[in-house]
Design a protein around this ligand. Structure first.
Ligand code: G3H
Ligand code: 13P
Ligand code: ZN
Length: 340
C-alpha cells in the first residue's frame, strides 16, 4: 500500500533503524527494489527526481508505483519526490500520487544557486502547510551538498562544500519554523560516484555534524543524501568490461550506521544501483556480443540492483520491519496532522 513516508520514519526512529531511499527511472529499477524488499521484509521508500519524472513521464511512473502497491500489498511503500525545486514541482508530484515530497529550498528554483535561510524556511513551510492537509510528508534541506554532476547542486568542490555544512542551531530554528517531517543535512557528501579521493575520515565527512544536530533535535528524522558507498567491487566490474570509472571513494556503510545511531532515518542511494546495472549490462555485452534481446541484459541488471538493495536494507536495519508497520492512509494522516 502507498503510505505517507512519515509513518515509516517514525517506526524507524522508535526501533533505531534507517531506511534506504532508492531512486528510480524505469520499471526494472522498481522491480529490483520491490523484490529486494519482499525478500527482506523491508519497508520501501522509492524516490524520483525531476529528471526521473521527465525521463519516465509522470503517468508511467504513477502506474508503475500503483502496480508495485498491487503486487506487493504486504509492504508499506512511500513514493517520494527527490529534490523538488519549487512548491509547484511538489504539488504536481502530489497530484501524481506521491505520498511524500522533498522541498529542497537550500537551493533556489534553478536547482543550482544556494538560497537564503529566509527563502528556504518560507518556501518549505508553505509546502508543509499544503502537503500536511493532504496527509503527505515533507522533507526539507538545510546546508548544501557538494558536486553538480547530476545537474543539481551548487557545483562546489568537496572543500567548498565543507564550508556549507548544516549549522546545528540553524537546523533547530528551521525545523521549528517549517514543521518538516524530515531534514536533509549537509555533512560533506555529494551526489554521484566521485565523492572522495580517499577513504573519508572526519576531516572530509563530518559525522560529528550529525551528532551535534541530533543532540539539538532528538525528535527530528535526519536524512543523508549522496550516500552511495561506491564499492570497489562495482567499480571493478564496470572497468573490467570496458568502462572507465576513475578511482573514487563513497560513504562507507559503517559511517551510515553511525549516522543511524544518531537520528538518521532516510539514506539516499542512487549511484550504487546505477553502477550495479551498468556493470551487469557491460558484462553481458562483453561476454556475449551476439545477444540483442534487451531481456538478456536487463534481467541480470535488475538482479544486480536487487542485490545492492538487499545489502543496504539489511545494513541499515530496515529488513524485518515491513510487517511491523501499521499502514496508515493519507486521509488518516491528514487528520493526525490537523490535530497537531
Ligand atoms: O539527487 C540525485 C539523484 O541521484 C537523482 O539524480 O537528477 O540524475 O535523476 P538525477
Ligand atoms: P548518490 O549519488 O550518492 O547515490 O546520492 C543519491 C541522492 O542523494 C539522491 O537524492
Ligand atoms: Zn540528493
Amino acid at each position: 500500500m502507498l503510505v505517507p513516508m512519515r509513518i515509516m520514519l517514525d517506526h524507524a526512529a522508535e526501533n533505531n533503524y534507517g531506511i534506504a531511499a532508492l531512486n528510480v527511472n524505469n520499471m526494472e529499477q522498481i522491480q529490483a527494489i520491490m523484490e529486494a524488499a519482499r525478500e527482506t521484509n523491508s519497508p520501501v521508500i522509492v524516490q524520483a527526481s525531476r529528471g526521473a519524472r521527465s525521463y519516465s513521464q509522470d503517468a508511467y511512473l504513477r502506474h508503475l508505483m500503483l502496480a508495485a502497491a498491487e503486487l506487493y500489498p504486504e509492504l508499506p511503500i512511500a513514493m517520494h519526490l527527490d529534490h523538488g525545486n519549487s512548491p509547484a514541482t511538489c504539488f504536481s508530484a502530489i497530484r501524481q500520487n506521491f505520498t511524500s515530497v522533498m522541498m529542497d529550498g537550500s537551493l533556489s528554483e534553478d536547482g543550482k544557486t544556494p538560497s537564503t535561510f529566509e527563502y528556504n524556511a518560507q518556501t518549505t513551510k508553505y509546502v508543509v502547510d499544503v502537503a500536511h492537509m493532504l496527509g503527505v510528508s515533507v522533507e526539507g534541506e538545510l546546508g548544501c551538498l557538494g558536486g553538480i554532476e547530476d545537474g543539481h547542486g551548487a557545483g562546489m568542490s568537496g572543500e567548498e562544500a565543507l564550508k556549507h555544512l548544516t549549522d546545528p542551531d540553524q537546523a533547530a530554528e528551521f525545523v521549528k519554523l517549517t514543521g518538516v517531517d524530515a531534514l536533509a543535512v549537509a555533512i560533506g557528501t555529494s551526489h554521484g560516484a566521485y565523492k572522495f579521493s580517499r577513504k573519508p575520515t572526519g576531516d572530509i565527512l563530518s559525522m560529528e555534524t550529525i551528532e551535534k544536530i541530533h543532540k539539538k533535535l532528538p525528535n527530528t528524522h535526519l536524512v543523508m543524501h549522496g550516500s552511495s558507498s561506491v564499492p570497489q567491487s562495482l567499480q571493478d566490474i564496470i572497468n573490467k568490461y570496458g568502462g572507465k570509472i576513475k578511482p573514487t571513494f563513497g560513504v562507507p556503510v559503517e559511517e551510515i550506521q553511525r549516522g543511524i545511531k544518531n537520528g538518521v532515518r532516510k539514506i539516499n542511494v542512487d549511484t550504487d544501483n546505477r553502477m550495479a546495472i551498468t556493470g551487469a549490462i557491460r558484462k553481458v555485452f562483453a561476454e556475449t556480443p551476439e545477444k540483442f534481446d534487451p531481456r538478456d541484459y536487463l534481467k541480470p541488471a535488475r538482479e544486480a540492483m536487487k542485490e545492492v538493495c538487499k545489502e543496504r536494507m539489511i545494513a541499515f536495519g530496515q529488513a524485518g520491519n515491513a510487517s511491523k508497520i501499521k499502514m496508515v492512509s493519507l486521509d488518516d494522516m491528514a487528520k493526525k496532522y490537523a490535530k497537531k
